[in-house]
Design a protein around this ligand. Structure first.
Ligand SMILES: Nc1ncnc2c1ncn2[C@@H]1O[C@H](COP(=O)(O)OP(=O)(O)O)[C@@H](O)[C@H]1O
Ligand SMILES: [Mg+2]
Length: 294
């Protein structure tokens, strides 16, 4: 038996109508990734028939996880999101766990240029929290949360990026669940629309949602997106994708989102010359069109 004194937690009890008052409106937060925002939708009723209406972004208040192997475009997507939101006037807190702040700022400037955003206009809208250089932020959760709360209050932030959350439980994967849950709950409490980047271990199936630390991340967050890249090594695969042997095909999929409807198909994905991630058409449609044109 628990030795603690028993008591009723009145604060934890709500009627649905009371709870609803605190819920964020269901609307889209643009990601800055072409082709992605329309993959999230709501259903509207017209003449007693359901119609899909694009949300135009990830749902407001959503904590989303982007997972994939190294070099699949996760950090680019994180930067595109930060630049896009800043360009819309939203302050963004970017917790950088792998790349020190000065290097990240160069990446953000490049991304802004590629997106046609005037970097001078957004420089002060992106607040970088450098957990790459300050180990205490990676290793001591209360310090990280206090510092984040300070940033949220000072800069009135409602957008958060953590690249990567895996870096917060390196060498202690057993704690992944509790670390991710703590930060997830914290982001929800502060009404953040957040992107958590997580890495996959090489042994995982490419397009599965299992990140390092097991399914901890995927089960806790509201939405998971998976990126993968396939090395085309066989003539058959090359023919299928219409590329040369030795080329790379990039794929993208939304593994789940519990806040709204979403596309569930595997999509082609591209990283442009300028270093921008773009989500392409569903793989099934591409293959069908190629089959018909033969
Ligand atoms: N500035 C850039 N210009 C062109 N391509 C880039 C640029 N930056 C990154 N890339 C390409 O995008 C790939 C994915 O980068 P990144 O988002 O950093 O991967 P991840 O965070 O998933 O490890 C890189 O391996 C590189 O091929
Ligand atoms: Mg990265």
């Amino acid at each position: 038996m628990d030795e603690r004194e028993r008591h009723i937690i009145y604060d934890a009890i709500f009627t649905v109508s009371e709870a609803k008052e605190k819920a964020p409106e269901l609307k889209g937060v643009p990601t800055g990734v072409p082709g992605l925002d329309d993959l999230f939708y709501v259903v509207e009723w017209k003449d007693k028939k359901p119609h899909r209406k694009s949300l135009g972004g990830i749902p407001l208040g959503c904590v989303a996880n982007i997972t994939g192997m190294p070099d699949t475009g996760k950090s680019l997507m994180a930067e595109q999101f930060a630049v896009k939101q800043a360009s819309l006037g939203e302050p963004v807190c970017f917790v950088t766990v792998e790349t020190p702040a000065s290097y990240l700022s160069v990446g953000l400037e490049q991304r802004a240029k590629a997106m046609g955003v005037d970097f001078k206009e957004i420089e002060d809208k992106i607040i970088i929290l450098d957990a790459a250089s300050y180990a205490r932020l990676r290793e001591d959760m209360p310090t990280l949360l206090d510092t984040l709360a300070h940033v949220y209050r000072t800069y009135r932030v409602h957008r958060t990026v953590i690249d990567s959350i895996t870096g917060l439980y390196e060498a202690k994967e057993m704690l992944a669940r509790s670390i991710v849950r703590t930060i997830y709950t914290f982001c929800k409490k502060w009404y953040q629309t957040a992107l958590f980047i997580s890495q996959k271990r090489s042994s995982h199936e490419e397009l599965s949602a299992e990140a390092a630390g097991g399914y901890a991340v995927g089960h806790i967050v509201d939405c998971t997106m998976v990126l993968s890249k396939e090395l085309i090594l066989s003539a058959r695969a090359a023919q299928l994708y219409k590329v040369e042997v030795g080329e790379i095909v990039r794929l993208f999929r939304i593994d789940g989102c519990r806040m709204c409807g979403h596309d569930t198909r595997i999509h082609l994905m591209d990283i442009t010359e300028l270093g921008l991630v773009e989500i392409g058409p569903p793989l099934v449609e591409v293959l069908k069109a190629r089959g018909e044109s033969k």
